[in-house]
Design a protein around this ligand. Sequence first.
Ligand SMILES: *[C@@H]1O[C@H](CO)[C@@H](O)[C@H](O)[C@H]1NC(C)=O
Ligand SMILES: *[C@@H]1O[C@H](CO)[C@@H](O)[C@H](O)[C@H]1NC(C)=O
Ligand SMILES: *[C@@H]1O[C@H](CO)[C@@H](O)[C@H](O)[C@H]1NC(C)=O
Ligand SMILES: *[C@@H]1O[C@H](CO)[C@@H](O)[C@H](O)[C@H]1NC(C)=O
Ligand SMILES: *[C@@H]1O[C@H](CO)[C@@H](O)[C@H](O)[C@H]1NC(C)=O
Ligand SMILES: *[C@@H]1O[C@H](CO)[C@@H](O)[C@H](O)[C@H]1NC(C)=O
Length: 448
Amino acid sequence: MRGLRCSLLITGVVILVLCVVGTGQHQAAITVTNVITNVAKTVLSLVLDGRYSDAVQVDIKLGETRTTRGTTVAATGPYSQWASWVPHLCPHHLRRTTLPPGLNLTWEPPTERTIFFTQTSCTSTLTPREACAVESTALHHPGHPLLLLITSPTINHTHPLMQVVLGLAGVRVAWLDLDQVMNQPPLDVWHTHRLWMINTERASAFVSDVVRTELLRRYGGIYLDLDFITLRPLPIQPLTSSGRHSQTGRHHTPRNWLAWADHRLVTLAISSFTKGHWLLENIVADIPRVFEPDSCCSIGPDLVTRHLYQRCSQNLTTQQNHFNNQSYAIGGTLATDNNTHIITQTTHTKNLYSLVGQECNGTTVFPKTFFYPVHYGYGKGELKSIFTEGAGLGETFFSKSTAFTLHHYNSLSARALVSPAGDSILREAFRRNCPRVFQLLDEAHVFF
Ligand SMILES: *[C@@H]1O[C@H](CO)[C@@H](O)[C@H](O)[C@H]1NC(C)=O
Ligand SMILES: *[C@@H]1O[C@H](CO)[C@@H](O)[C@H](O)[C@H]1NC(C)=O
Ligand SMILES: *[C@@H]1O[C@H](CO)[C@@H](O)[C@H](O)[C@H]1NC(C)=O
Ligand SMILES: *[C@@H]1O[C@H](CO)[C@@H](O)[C@H](O)[C@H]1NC(C)=O
Ligand SMILES: *[C@@H]1O[C@H](CO)[C@@H](O)[C@H](O)[C@H]1NC(C)=O
Ligand SMILES: *[C@@H]1O[C@H](CO)[C@@H](O)[C@H](O)[C@H]1NC(C)=O
């Protein structure tokens, strides 16, 4: 490829850009200017971050960005040869000179049958809630392949929660190697430029959004965020004894679906797709163009929703109210327990999927109540009801709810802990759906 080399030297506030252009091609020049601007932003932010020395040298070739830093360790750590992204995503790995101790993981992609999870914050163990997400899904899908993909190259396999997860039949733990996930256009270039590293606070969320989309596009499968607890078998085709998807099992179970997460957004946070699906192709094609590292929502749910509206504005807008009313009519009751309202689904009918799912070119958009029985707000009956103790809400919820999952919005709720001896909805969800994780916590009197 015809190249262009730039040297960018930053010392204090002085920025020098020295370029040697090998071609007069206009198109290329524009791209290169963008690249330079973006790389300059990256470098500046790193410098301002104070994490790197004040002299930074950047080598740019078209479609390839390589950064070398005077005195910093990124280029000499154990990842430099095989995974330069690790210190970028996982700052605490930055100064390591050896791999963290533990079990070394290797990359493994999902298949169309796999139920998979991703952990992109570089931890080598799971939290109790994350472990429960995996165990509860395994519990309700015996024999189904489950794959937990994590960005840390090693896991602490002696940690009790990891021992539970590793001991679950059908569950595999593998390394989420971004170099492997994003080695195809257009994300290969996006990955090389790695602008997400500008925003250290959101990097792991950006990576999570992009990785799930690309994995579903390339391999298909059923994806779940780690802040769902599975309460009953998901609306996916069960496997026959030969391990293939049953054709005669649950009827009307679509292969391609996703769900409303609130009145405004459709997300992939829980979703099922066959590989090469048009929606995911369109989203992935758009990511490099629309991604803004400074903003919260340029990719992720907003992009998913935008693409659905682009294709199916008619069905999504005209059915929005209708569908809200209907899903409440079918599933919604308002249980009053000492001022706490819980919105639960009460009925399942055989044709529930076709009745309440909206259709968009062969893809089903399930209502919020299927997977998000509790709203994330702070009002009555909303998120805090999951953690409320002393009101018997756990039993009440489970006597009424027919939701497939409980979503506990971990980013909002991580600090609200419940007692293993209490009567909260979260505790009851653990006790019924992830008994091994629950037993560990209960025996050790650990709040979760
Ligand atoms: C994990 O990989 C590292 C680097 O390749 C190696 O030094 C280490 O011995 C491996 N650990 C195990 C338990 O295999
Ligand atoms: C792994 O987990 C165990 C149990 O929590 C802990 O004692 C140990 O220090 C951990 N090892 C590493 C390398 O973090
Ligand atoms: C939805 O319910 C509201 C309140 O009951 C009602 O005013 C509205 O007309 C309904 N919308 C549709 C499309 O049925
Ligand atoms: C809109 O929904 C109707 C009814 O479910 C369906 O027949 C039609 O194919 C949908 N339109 C698109 C573009 O998917
Ligand atoms: C609709 O779905 C079909 C088959 O899945 C696909 O080939 C086509 O590209 C989709 N249409 C649009 C406009 O995305
Ligand atoms: C509501 O609170 C009262 C006292 O505060 C208690 O006696 C009653 O059992 C509670 N009801 C439920 C359903 O938890």
